[in-house]
Design a protein around this ligand. Structure first.
Ligand SMILES: [Zn+2]
Length: 201
């Protein structure tokens, strides 16, 4: 994923994983030069190392650049809308059976404080709430907090979902986030055109 462009620093990979998440929302080609410029700076070193301490599995936190098997029984998955989770599991099975592609969930349900952490980090890094909003949704607006969105990895699986997700009712929400899926249509329906980015919704 494009988020991987954040350069490793002295901070732990868990910190990097979360910061990469924070950067996902505007990581598309239309992300703009300001974002590209700031993404290239060594900004992870500006954040306190202990920032992640309060976040745990109960927040839906996915550690260590992490990924979950869709069949896992953890809050990041069990906190999702049951219909969405069932559709994701069904689609992941189909991807494996039909094309040998292994899908993982890189982020699912998140607690409000997890989303708040992501947003606060983005505000700190980008210098304003306005700029941060291009990167991370607020706890009030995030479809991850309501349990109605999942991020699918890895790249080949995300593209498989883009091509075949509609069979299961799953649609890509944002043009710049091929990994982000929501249960948007009835199984077998036609997905609407994705929005440009998270700030367009
Ligand atoms: Zn997402």
């Amino acid at each position: 994923m494009r988020c991987a462009r954040f350069r490793p620093t002295v901070l732990s990979t868990a910190v990097l994983a979360v910061l990469a998440l924070a950067g996902c929302a505007a990581a598309g080609p239309g992300g703009g030069d300001v974002s590209e410029e700031k993404a290239g700076r060594d900004w992870t070193s500006e954040l306190p190392v202990n920032r992640l301490a309060p976040l745990g599995e109960g927040d839906g936190f996915v550690p260590e650049g992490g990924s979950l098997d869709p069949s896992d029984d953890v809050p990041a998955l069990t906190g999702l809308d049951p219909e969405l989770l069932a559709a994701v599991r069904e689609a992941a099975d189909a991807a494996l059976e039909e094309d040998g592609i292994e899908a993982v969930v890189t982020s699912g349900w998140r607690s409000e404080r997890y989303q708040r952490f992501l947003l606060d980090s983005a505000v700190e890094v980008y210098g304003s709430e306005e700029e941060a909003a291009r990167w991370v949704s607020s706890p009030e607006d995030s479809s991850h907090v309501t349990g109605s969105a999942v991020d699918i990895g890895r790249t080949d699986a995300a593209y498989w979902f883009a091509r075949h997700g509609a069979r299961f009712g799953l649609c890509q929400t944002y043009a710049n986030e091929v990994w982000h899926y929501e249960l948007t249509v009835d199984p077998g329906g036609t997905c609407p055109e994705p929005l440009a980015d998270a700030s367009a919704g």
